[in-house]
Design a protein. Structure first.
Lengths: 310, 286
């Protein structure tokens, strides 16, 4: 049933030819991947990870640098990016979870590692070009039955490519959450000590959640770099994390649809109204605070509880 | 080489007391309200810019300019407490997120008001003191002395006065303290406002040494939280010690290792301490 919800998205380009609006859709799709995957560790497992933007940024850099230095395709360049993200996530996750860092301490230590990653990229001038960032000129190719190898270029190609990536992410997340793994995540979120007493290997499941979330964020980061054609150290900044957290909180952290809705609202609205960067930061901060204080369940969560009450 | 080492260590100690004053605010707020106010760095920035404005633009003498700066930071702190933090008491994650949201609002407002161009304040006190081969600017010594004095006064006030006893009682057992007649809502607001006033004071002194940018708060709160964790959350003297250790680690680390990564040395140290002694250097054993 829920698969039918995607149908409107598939027919959108048939009605909307405006590049401006399609571009908002593409940005929303790509950022929704990051938001949905962040919700895996934050909303479903209950751990506030501040490493998400670092995974996003590291993958953006690794994919585009591999593609440009070794002249390989997007798909081949994605492998080292995902491999590195998985490796870093396993290392950081093992450190944090092995030493029982919870809540605030987990957030601070992951933030520390995230800052370390940003400093490395910022200062590795001869490869990453420091604060100025780099252009990404390559575009990914996909094989489509009947049409052969196609270069993803232009709005329509990117629209369906990023939509497919989002559907893939949602499919992975919902499969995981529907299985026993998702129930273990929920047990850890609700009461970690109790979960451990019941024989759930909390270390293993937290590590799985952290790694999976970061890996999906890595895909989102790689797509973002190739779509915008530009990478800069700000991808790893705290503000990027803040944007993703705002999307999840605005949409609601108890569902998969929530973060997608949040991504659409926070990507679309500021584009609809012309805003300066400062005004946008104020809007983001205000939305974040207002949702926490007024709608702690997020928009989708609140709508769902109204429907249940009615 | 030795001269450089001594000079950098002293620099580290002075920067460390600035970290320490933020760490003190972090520790106090955490102990009494159960949240970490990540926006403390922004209150520091407010204090610094107000001092700069009054000293450089209006032309007030520094000892006068410092008071409105503290008052401005405390007033913003009071507004933030009544409008926002009042609703996130003892909810660590919500408090964290609200204060992060506040960071982006205050920082953007500062960008609109004062732009990204760094502001340099004129000399308040020129000249330097020579200690053998090393010379230290007088102002740095004054900053160090003032910050250390404020931190020790806070410590003394908390261990000697009635409000200090109330705060200790409250951090040990909120309900029992309430039953003994502690007005908890007033106590919590007082502590939040006091911590922002401390940050404003730190900012006013910061302005005399370094140039001001709207993004300075983000860096200082990270250092403050690191220092608080290093010293042990809940320990007042620990936050000063943690700040100094962090400052010295960074200053000395950047002699021997690439300076671009100076923010990283302290971080690595904090991670190591946290992993092997989760309650910090001076914190009580868990």
């Amino acid at each position: 049933m829920k698969a039918l919800l995607w149908v409107p998205f598939i027919v959108v380009p048939a009605f909307i030819q405006s590049n401006f609006i399609l571009s908002i859709f593409i940005f929303s799709f790509i950022l929704a991947i990051a938001a949905v995957s962040f919700n895996l560790i934050f909303g479903f497992t209950g751990q506030l990870s501040m490493f998400h933007s670092a995974a996003f940024g590291i993958a953006a850099y690794v994919t585009s640098l591999t593609a440009s230095i070794f002249h390989v395709s997007f798909w081949l360049a994605l492998f080292p990016a995902i491999g590195l993200t998985v490796f870093i996530s396993l290392v950081i996750g093992s450190i944090c979870f092995n030493f029982q860092l919870r809540a605030f301490y987990f957030a601070v230590i992951t933030l520390a590692f995230s800052e370390l990653a940003r400093l490395v990229i910022l200062n590795w001038n001869n490869i990453t070009n420091g604060t100025l960032g780099l252009m990404v000129l390559d575009k990914p190719f996909v094989w489509i039955p009947g049409a052969g190898l196609m270069k993803i270029d232009g709005m329509f190609g990117w629209y369906f490519f990023s939509l497919a990536a989002l559907i893939f992410t949602v499919a992975v997340c919902s499969l995981v959450l529907r299985s026993w793994i998702g129930r273990c995540f929920a047990a850890i979120r609700l009461n970690e000590d109790l979960a451990q007493t019941l024989g759930i290997d909390t270390f293993r499941y937290k590590l799985l959640s952290f790694t999976l979330a970061n890996t999906l964020a890595a895909i989102s980061g790689s797509l973002y770099a190739f779509y915008t054609g530009y990478i800069e150290p700000n991808y790893l900044s705290i503000n990027q994390s803040l944007d993703i957290i705002s999307m999840v909180l605005l949409g609601g952290r108890s569902s998969i649809v929530g973060p997608i809705a949040g991504a659409f609202m926070l990507t679309g609205l500021p584009h609809m109204i012309e805003l300066s960067a400062e005004a946008r930061a104020i809007l983001y901060g205000g939305v974040l605070i207002a949702t926490i204080l007024i709608l702690p369940q997020g928009l989708i969560g609140t709508l769902a509880s109204w429907r249940r009450a009615a | 080489m030795l001269q450089l080492l001594v000079g950098q260590t002293l620099n580290g100690v002075i920067v460390g007391t600035l970290y320490g004053i933020i760490a003190l605010g972090v520790t106090l707020t955490f102990g009494i309200t159960g949240i970490v106010n990540f926006a403390l760095g922004e209150f520091m920035m407010i204090g610094a810019y107000v001092t700069w404005y009054l000293f450089d633009v209006v032309g007030l003498p520094f000892p006068v300019a410092i008071w409105p700066a503290i008052a401005a930071a405390a007033a913003c702190g009071f507004a933030a407490d009544q409008l926002l933090f009042r609703f996130t008491r003892n909810n660590l994650i919500n408090g964290l997120l609200v204060s992060i949201g506040l960071i982006s609002i205050i920082e953007a407002a500062a960008l609109l008001l004062w732009t990204t161009t760094p502001k340099d304040m004129g000399y308040v006190l020129s000249g330097a003191v020579r200690l053998g081969e090393v010379s230290i600017p007088k102002m740095k010594l004054v900053v160090f002395a003032l910050l250390a004095a404020v931190m020790f006064l806070t410590y003394a006030a908390l261990s000697r006065t009635w409000i200090g006893k109330a705060a200790y009682a409250f951090s040990q057992n909120p309900e029992a303290a309430m039953l003994m007649g502690v007005r908890t809502d007033i106590l919590q607001s007082t502590v939040v406002v006091y911590s922002t006033a401390l940050a404003g004071f730190g900012g006013a002194l910061y302005a005399t040494l370094y140039s001001l940018e709207p993004s300075m708060g983000g860096l200082y709160i990270l250092k403050g939280v690191e220092a608080a964790i290093l010293g042990g959350i809940g320990s007042l003297i620990g936050s000063l010690a943690g700040g100094i250790i962090l400052g010295v680690t960074e200053a000395v680390g950047s002699i021997y290792l690439p300076g671009a990564f100076r923010d990283a040395y302290g971080l690595i140290f904090v991670v190591a301490i946290l992993l092997y002694r989760p309650s910090g250097l001076f914190g009580a054993e868990r």
